[in-house]
Design a protein around this ligand. Structure first.
Ligand SMILES: Cc1ncc(COP(=O)(O)O)c(C=O)c1O
Length: 387
């Protein structure tokens, strides 16, 4: 049987990983400034993470949600404390798209409405309602098309207020990434998030903060939406939550009540997933990784600003993006194959940095030196010195 060929892959086989580094099958070491798409939060194969998962696997890996799983309560307690939302309620599932599906569905159960507002440039996943709320027609199949999703311009307070003035009573929820990731690292402004809060409060709509890429400490706060000082009703999370183990969840404001069977999952919240998620939070707390993301992120940002060829430098903490001019369109490829550094891309000519929250200053320096070298070489090829 062949694999269903949906991914354009780099011809590299990674066989080993540690901290912010990975190694291929030929022994070549790479610096990972991409974190496998923002997934690696505490660093690859962290010893505490490996030990906790191994230990749990020797006890019990899985049983369904038909029995008590105290590890879920332990996880809810720890997550509540570390995120600063101890009074919220936790529902566990398996992936980012599933977290958003559950959040959107729960909002609709809560207020009995059908319509939701999403924003231009958004990415919320590839399953039915999550993909319908994603601003990319190429990945929306005919069966996913719906009139229930309204796209409004990102960061346009007036357009949002106007839409709510006319249609507020129909809107079940508003979903927004605190920092758009796939869309190219664009932060929602504080004023915009405050306006969403105001509209939702005035019209009985649910504010959903998609924190799947920008959450879990990446921005230097637990949720990137926290920078604005407003609270959402539901936060969705995945990626960094399991440091590579597939675990996701939503945390839900106390004002939204649960009834039996309104949500459910076979695998979500299994013993092994909880052990992985707990290990991640324990390391984030012990090693103060959210503060590290802020400090190393600021350092990277300051140093990157000194490179005049990089355009529109943006982001927060260890979620950084910049545009490169056409003359540097191969920069990402050259970083990978000449300098052995993984970075991410958004659309052509946007580079995204999404490293582990445990990235050290010396790792950042290695990246910066490689950037200088690659840019220098590109410039020399463009303007060869004539002798
Ligand atoms: C903001 C955001 N939401 C949702 C998702 C979907 O997550 P998953 O791929 O785990 O379904 C992603 C994935 O990149 C994302 O970046």
């Amino acid at each position: 049987m062949k694999l269903f060929d949906v991914y354009p892959v780099n011809d590299i086989t990674i066989v080993k990983a540690r901290g912010s580094y990975v190694w291929d099958d030929l022994g070549q070491q790479y610096l990972d400034m991409y974190g496998g798409h923002a997934v690696i939060s505490i660093g690859h194969t962290h010893p505490h993470y490996v030990e906790r998962i191994n230990k749990q696997l020797g006890l019990i890996g899985f049983y369904s949600n038909s029995i008590r799983i105290p590890l879920q309560e332990e996880l809810a307690d720890k997550l509540g404390k570390l995120s600063g939302y101890p009074d919220y309620q936790l529902f566990l599932c398996n992936s980012g798209a599933e977290a958003n599906e559950n959040a959107l569905k729960l909002a609709s159960f809560h207020n009995g409405r059908k319509k939701l507002v999403a924003f231009r440039g958004s990415f919320h996943g590839r399953t039915s309602l999550a993909v319908a709320a994603t601003d990319n027609p190429k990945i929306v199949a005919p069966v996913n098309e719906t009139d229930n999703v309204i796209f409004l311009p990102f960061n346009d307070e007036e357009a949002l207020l106007e839409y709510f003035r006319k249609n507020g009573s129909e809107i079940s929820s508003v979903i927004i990434e605190g920092i758009q990731g796939v869309g190219g690292i664009h932060a929602a402004s504080d004023g915009f998030l405050k306006t969403i809060r105001k509209c939702c409060d005035e019209h009985g709509s649910v504010f959903i903060a998609d924190s799947i890429q920008c959450g879990y400490g990446r921005s230097g706060r637990f949720f990137s939406h926290d920078h604005s000082g407003v609270k959402a009703d539901i936060y969705t999370m995945a990626k960094g939550m399991g440091n590579g183990f597939p675990v996701a969840g939503i945390i839900i404001s106390p004002s939204i009540k649960a009834t039996h069977s309104m949500l459910g999952t076979t695998f979500g919240g299994n013993h092994l997933a909880c052990a992985a998620a707990l290990a991640v939070l324990e390391v984030i707390e012990k090693e103060e990784l959210i503060a590290n993301a802020q400090v190393v992120g600021e350092y990277l940002m300051t140093e990157l600003k000194k490179i005049p060829q990089l355009l529109n430098l943006r982001g927060r903490g260890l979620m950084i993006g910049f545009d490169v001019p056409d003359s540097l369109k191969d920069l990402r490829k050259n970083l990978l194959f000449n300098q052995h550094i993984f970075t991410g891309e958004a659309k052509p000519n946007v580079i995204r940095l999404l490293p582990s929250l445990a990235l050290r200053k010396k790792d950042a320096d290695q990246f910066l030196e490689a950037m200088f070298e690659e840019i220098q070489q590109c410039m020399e090829q463009k303007d060869p010195v004539t002798v």
